[in-house]
Design a protein around this ligand. Structure first.
Ligand SMILES: C[S@@+](CC[C@H](N)C(=O)[O-])C[C@H]1O[C@@H](n2cnc3c(N)ncnc32)[C@H](O)[C@@H]1O
Length: 231
């Protein structure tokens, strides 16, 4: 399957968003504290305007640009306080595009590992290229001393390989695909790539199948990096 079009034509809210609401709740608390009226946010891999929806739910008057290659980008309800600007393209295409505004904040929720996969190499090389592209994007677009808010899944730090294997089976039955641990990002990888520690890091266990008796080892992480400068 072409990784860029993996999410084309799906009912994202029903198939994904409803199952990763823990992640979205976590990100909502960060957006509540770190986005102000008048801010411009670029949501990278925002699916059906997930960032725009959450910021609108918070009643913030913001502009949200969504860089998203799939058709889900247009599945957005009427928003009250957010001006939504869909840019249907991948992050690589966005490196050569002119952004309509200079953002105060970049947002990436559950998209970094999917974006990295599009580099079609081994996991570590995919991540290296991902961070290279992200830093080019930051340098070209983000307002000086801007903010990056990231939501990313990974496995509980103490999880055993057999717990991860069991989790992956469950995840495959829910989403049709799952990720080995090395495809998911660790907080340290973002910190090294951005050259700083986050000002906030919060975590919560993410139960994608509440009816299952299996204990989840999937974690939702939310992190905020302030005063970003491209490295
Ligand atoms: C799991 S979804 C997350 C969607 C949304 N951010 C959320 O909070 O639910 C991952 C998203 O990343 C997008 N994506 C995949 N490859 C991408 C790329 N190269 N550039 C930008 N977005 C990409 C997918 O199309 C998909 O919408």
């Amino acid at each position: 399957m072409d990784k860029i079009s993996k999410f084309d034509g799906i009912d994202y809210i029903k198939s994904y968003a409803s199952k990763i609401s823990t992640m979205h709740e976590l990100i909502k608390t960060l957006l509540q504290d770190h986005v102000c009226d008048g801010d411009i946010i670029i949501d990278i891999g925002g699916g059906p305007g997930m960032g725009a929806r959450i910021i609108d739910d918070l009643g913030k008057k913001a502009v949200v640009i969504n860089i998203e290659p799939s058709t889900t980008i247009y599945d957005v309800p009427r928003l009250s306080t957010v001006e939504y600007i869909p840019l249907r393209m991948s992050i690589k295409e966005a490196l050569d595009a002119q952004m309509p505004y200079t953002p105060d904040c970049l947002l990436m929720v559950s998209s970094a590992h999917e974006i990295a996969l599009c580099n079609n190499a081994q996991a570590s090389e995919n991540k290296r290229i991902f961070f290279q592209d992200l830093n080019i994007f930051i340098k070209k677009n983000l307002k000086p001393n801007g903010t990056i808010i990231i939501g990313f899944p990974n496995y509980y730090k103490g999880a055993t390989q057999s717990e991860i294997d069991r989790q992956r089976k469950l995840t495959e039955s829910v989403f049709g695909h799952s990720h080995p641990s090395n495809e998911f990002f660790l907080l340290e990888e973002f910190s090294v790539a951005l050259g700083m520690q986050p000002v906030v890091h919060i975590q919560s266990p993410m139960n994608i199948a509440p009816s299952s008796s299996q204990k989840t080892v999937l974690m939702a992480n939310g992190a905020v990096f302030n005063n970003i400068e491209a490295v």
